[in-house]
Design a protein around this ligand. Sequence first.
Ligand code: ATP
Ligand code: MG
Length: 435
Amino acid sequence: MATKKKTKKTQIQLVKGMKDILPDEQLYWQAIKEKVFKAARDYGFSRIDTPAVEFTNLFKRTVGEDTDIVSKEMYSFVTPGGDKLSLRPENTAGVVRAYIEHGMLNLPQPVKLFYVGPQFRHDKPQAGRYRQFWQFGFEAIGDDDPVIDAQVIAISYNILKELGLETEVQINSVGDKESRSAYMKILKQYYQDKKKDLCVDCKKRLTKNPLRLLDCKVAKCRELALEAPQMVDHLSDDAKDHFMAVLEYLDEMEVKYNLDPTIVRGLDYYTRTAWEIVELGNEGKLQALGGGGRYDDLAELLGGRPTPAVGFAMGMERIILKMQENKIEVPKIKDYDVFVAQLGIEARKKAMKLFEELREDDFRVTESMSKKGLKDQMDIANKRGAKYTLIMGQKEISDGTVLIRDMESGVQEIIDYKKVKNELRKRLEKKNQDA
Ligand code: ATP
Ligand code: MG
């Protein structure tokens, strides 16, 4: 018989690059989501949720095989059934796949969709950079009017402004297909005699996808990128008119922006307008809060009809980081009107019943039934912002009454158990009027 080896169980820990979102931090998440939902309502965007898992090819075809995201950062796997799948590194491709698959081109255009959800990239973990991170994004599909670009930009800018963050938009045009291929040749020429100064990745990028060179964060590459010929000087008339119109609308909406010829974005599918949004005074391309652009060719890449579209994605952890750095406070949730307190085992049973009844009747009611002392319960009631506490003890049960305490004034009154709800309603209404 094998002897049992005594092994010390090691503690299982969080996977590297992942993050628990604890209750205290949820206040920030809630604050952001509220602004997102409000913007969606105001600008007429409907929510879409696509799966976290898609065919790997979806991202290869759209984001691009030579991008960092697809070549280095994707969590890809083969299922027992032999399917090649990936955890989504971004959400635009999934949204456009859904648009095509569900025939949304038959709806009035543009179809305006927004999402909030986790994305997965095998990035190098650090502050503001995780391997599962959350994005919210807005996509307007089926319209090529520059006013939509400007509006979509304004949405992200305004959400951040409402959250208390001062930002600016770093904007560029990456042109349409024709103007871009001409520009890429010019770019290649420019880099030809500078090859030796480029980082390893950029040396490869030069043959495969020279636009990517402009996006590199390595200091020397960045220096060269700033001196490089600019896309805006090589735009087709169409692309140029479109870009100028976007800028005019942004002026009108008082969105702060800077022209930045090195913005090309880390994904291949962008055409014409491309932008990133950064904290004001932090335009050094360190960590953008979000970015977006037009992606007029994406639907076609997925086998759909040519469908112009524009959208953005914002990183929620980075927004929270900035809010914390700037000491922006988020409102504490103090959503309770009533606390039900109890003293003694019999009273506790009755109090539990009362709590359930109040809940069913949609009172904003709370409790802490496992606590025995009244002082403990009062402290909790105060912390949760309850306006009234209903107290039940042995005496109240025998008399068929409840003690109601006004938490502000400390005044306590005896009321008939049967009249509790009416009394509460009356008093709460009066308190709300006085407030
Ligand atoms: P970066 O250059 O910082 O890697 P990116 O260009 O890869 O960003 P996008 O694909 O534009 O990022 O995604 C939009 C936003 O999503 C980013 O601006 C950022 O706020 C957020 N984001 C991207 N990757 C991460 C990550 N690994 N962890 C946290 N947030 C991220
Ligand atoms: Mg990245």
